[in-house]
Design a binder for this molecule. Structure first.
Ligand SMILES: Cc1cc2nc3c(=O)[nH]c(=O)nc-3n(C[C@H](O)[C@H](O)[C@H](O)COP(=O)(O)OP(=O)(O)OC[C@H]3O[C@@H](n4cnc5c(N)ncnc54)[C@H](O)[C@@H]3O)c2cc1C
Ligand code: FES
Length: 344
């Protein structure tokens, strides 16, 4: 296996099993050979980058582990995105015995190291957002004494992924797990008051949120209004917000060159207007790391040590990192004559 790991860290993993979870979501159980199992160790809440070729194009997408580290299998769950290329391709074509090229796990949507067992864990999942949440919830229940509250929103009962597994979990941990399903078909979309009442009286809690953009916005705003400290709020965005008009107006106009340090070598590239730092690195022939290309995953992060750039979207870096010069290169347009960017 080691001789087929690509320079960018992708290895072919065999699909051991395909499970049809709902009419529009499949789980893919991946076979990790013993000798490279260390590369695919993960923390609950992390994701894999999958690289596929569809109609001659190489595409990369992130998929969170829906399995938990305590399981002896690695599983992702992919929900069809209407009009989306890779999610539909995987749902239509992934088959037992097939191969997927997969990079090692990444991501920071993980359980905190430092909080106490007495702190509750509250999770809000919408649709396919259950994948990392399932992993987090199962891990917290199995490996700590924390009480867990899970609010899971779907259009209706037929769209619920892991319905049976969740019911079994609620039965097994009936003293520590509260599971509340929300169906839009019964009560409309999730409202701020539904969120506020679900967290009311929870005390000190870590809150995890993953789901469609409007769902996440409602939950995030409601939690912040309820007084939850930002440090206790953990968000995983699968989709990207629209870039506000005017943000790119003065970007790249005066930029002439981008200096890029990667893997111990330095390349100076002429800048082409409109390109991000990641695109500039690729045009210069560099194999710079990336995955989602939407500003969500953090795989492409690098530090600007000279010059400046503006990010179109940032759902991965915190304020301190941005202050230190870190940027998401897939979202960064230069704003100075020369930019020096370092992949560390
Ligand atoms: C950290 C992370 C973890 C994730 N984990 C999971 C997971 O566990 N499970 C899961 O199912 N998904 C997950 N995702 C989402 C996943 O990575 C993909 O984004 C998703 O599967 C859609 O990919 P796609 O190729 O099918 O859609 P794409 O082809 O990328 O299209 C996405 C959407 O944009 C629309 N679109 C595309 N082009 C245009 C255009 N020109 N104009 C207007 N609209 C357009 C499409 O109709 C579609 O709705 C995760 C994402 C991230 C960032
Ligand atoms: S590739 Fe995911 S944030 Fe840039």
């Amino acid at each position: 296996m080691s001789d087929v790991i690509s320079a960018e860290g992708f290895a072919p993993l065999r699909i051991k099993r395909v499970v049809q979870e709902t009419s529009d979501a499949v789980s893919l159980v991946l076979d990790v050979p013993e000798h490279c199992s260390h590369r695919y160790r993960y923390r609950a809440g992390q994701f894999l980058t999958v690289r596929v070729h569809v109609e001659g194009r190489e595409l990369r997408r992130c998929y969170s582990m829906s399995s938990a580290p305590l399981d002896d299998e690695l599983r992702i769950t992919v929900k069809r995105d209407r009009g989306g290329i890779v999610s539909n391709w995987l749902n239509d074509t992934a088959a037992e015995g097939g191969e997927l090229h997969v990079a090692p796990p990444e991501g920071r949507f993980v359980l905190p190291e430092a909080t106490a067992d007495s702190d509750a864990l509250v999770a809000f999942a919408g649709g396919s957002g259950i994948t990392p949440i399932m992993s987090l919830v199962r891990t917290a229940l199995a490996e700590s004494a924390r009480s867990v509250r899970l609010f899971y929103a779907n259009r209706g009962p037929d769209s619920v992924i892991f319905s049976d597994a969740l019911a079994r979990l609620a039965e097994r941990y009936d003293d520590r797990l509260v599971l509340q399903h929300h169906y839009d078909s019964d009560s409309g979309v999730v409202t701020a008051s539904a969120v506020a009442s679900f967290v009311a009286g929870t005390g000190t809690a870590d809150c995890y949120v993953c789901g469609p953009a409007p769902f996440m916005e409602t939950v995030e705003n409601a939690l912040v209004s309820s007084g939850l400290p930002r440090a206790r709020l953990h968000l995983e965005r699968f989709t990207v917000a629209q870039v506000p008009p005017g943000v790119t107006d003065d970007c790249g106009e005066a930029t002439e060159e981008v200096v890029i340090d990667l893997d111990g070598s330095r390349v100076t590239a002429a800048y082409r207007a409109g390109n991000t730092l990641l695109q500039t690195a690729r045009l210069a022939g560099l194999k710079a790391p990336y995955s989602c290309e939407t500003g969500s995953c953090g795989t492409c992060m690098a530090r600007i040590v000279d010059g400046s750039a503006r990010m179109l979207n940032n759902d991965a870096l915190d304020d301190d990192e941005v202050e230190e010069g870190w940027v998401l290169t897939c979202q960064s347009l230069p704003t100075s004559r020369r930019v020096h960017v370092v992949y560390e």
